[in-house]
Ligand binder design. Structure first.
Ligand code: ZN
Length: 213
């Protein structure tokens, strides 16, 4: 196996999967989905569908249900209303990407893969500290030390805007597919979503921007 893709069922991770498949071939790709008490198991369902669509070698869904015992936020707790907040939205799941990357790297090592793909972006940085390039570089170093294994964390969209991501999806012939078959919305509505939550605004604004040029 060549790469493990962290697959949430959203637009960014679906595009990561497409890129990895294009680079290495579907039979060299494994994908990992974390169920950590998201409001919407629909994300997991969409991740499974994406894995099937791209016919990758392996897909695992790993449960991190304990996460909501340690921290709370609007994505984990269905009773909390999503707010934008001063520094970052209350949808941030503390430390999520650190845990996800560590676990994906462990599986990658088991499979003999050296690349871990994640769809994080600093350009659309909504205040999530663990989406920053500075963090990803440090985490890559820490994982290499922890596993004594030459893991590379691949972040194709670190400096891409959502409009640039849609442009890439279009170049790959996947614009309509990704638009219809991913779920980014914080309210768990697939495709275009609710159109009102921060995730929908970012996604739909990016698409409108790309389509207008
Ligand atoms: Zn939404």
């Amino acid at each position: 196996m060549k790469a493990v893709v962290i697959l949430s069922g959203g637009q960014d991770s679906a595009l990561c999967l497409a890129l990895a498949v294009r680079k290495y071939g579907a039979d060299q790709i494994a994908a990992l989905t974390f169920a950590y008490g998201q409001r919407h198991s629909i994300e997991t369902r969409y991740a499974r569908r994406l894995a099937r669509h791209f016919a990758i070698a392996e897909h695992k869904v790993v449960r991190l249900g304990f996460y909501k015992d340690l921290t709370s936020n609007a994505l984990l707790d269905s009773k909390t209303k999503i707010r934008r907040g001063k520094k970052c939205p209350n949808t941030v799941v503390e430390g999520r990407n650190a845990i996800f990357l560590q676990l994906a790297a462990v599986w990658a090592k088991t499979l003999g893969a050296t690349a871990v793909y994640t769809g994080v972006s600093e350009a659309d940085f909504s205040g999530y500290p663990d989406c920053r390039e500075r963090f990803i570089k440090a985490e890559e170093k820490a994982i290499r030390l922890a596993l004594d294994y030459p893991i590379r964390i691949v972040t194709p969209f670190m400096h891409s805007s959502k409009a640039e991501e849609w442009a890439l999806a279009d170049r790959l012939g996947l614009l309509d597919y990704i638009n219809a078959n991913t779920v980014t919305c914080y309210n768990g509505i697939p495709g275009k979503g609710c159109g009102k939550c921060p995730a929908c605004l970012l996604r739909n604004r990016g698409l409108a921007e790309y389509l207008s040029v």
